[in-house]
Design a protein around this ligand. Structure first.
Ligand code: ZN
Length: 147
């Protein structure tokens, strides 16, 4: 069994039963940040250094999207040869009202519609003989329910 690691340490809970992005919450003003903040709250009226890790909502609403029709430049590592176009989604998290980008799992741009409900999933970004590097993707909730 290969060792599974997150693409960026500390950004992602890679438990398949509980995939979550990990952000930071300010203990003083409640502001939430992603990617994580380690030094000080980014709220200019706060500036507290009392920051704690917090898991973000795993569902949100599709705010916008685009298609990657051409192979992105390095350090992008293609998973297929030849390159297969994929969609990139900007999803507004339900509770935090933050927009998080990610590749789309399960459908291309033709399967997306602004306003649809999306959920976080996990997928393999890179793989070698010993290690599987895991990243997050967004998937329309309707795809899972129809599967
Ligand atoms: Zn704060």
């Amino acid at each position: 069994m290969k060792k599974r690691i997150p693409a960026v340490e500390g950004w992602l809970n890679i438990d398949p039963a509980h995939p979550r992005l990990i952000g930071t919450k300010c203990s003083d003003c409640g502001s939430i940040f992603f990617p994580r903040e380690t030094v000080r709250c980014r709220n200019p009226r706060c500036g507290s250094s009392r920051l704690e890790a917090t898991e973000l909502s795993s569902r949100g609403t599709l705010w916008s999207y685009t298609g990657a029709e051409y192979k992105p430049p390095e350090p992008y590592v293609p998973r297929t040869d030849p390159f297969q176009p994929f969609a990139i989604a900007a999803v507004e998290l339900a509770a935090e009202k933050m927009v998080i980008l990610g590749q789309v799992d399960g459908v291309g741009v033709e399967g997306l519609k602004v306003g649809m409900e999306m959920e976080l999933t996990l997928d393999t970004l890179l793989e070698d003989d010993e290690t599987e590097t895991i990243t997050w993707k967004w998937k329309p909730v309707s795809v899972r329910e129809n599967a």
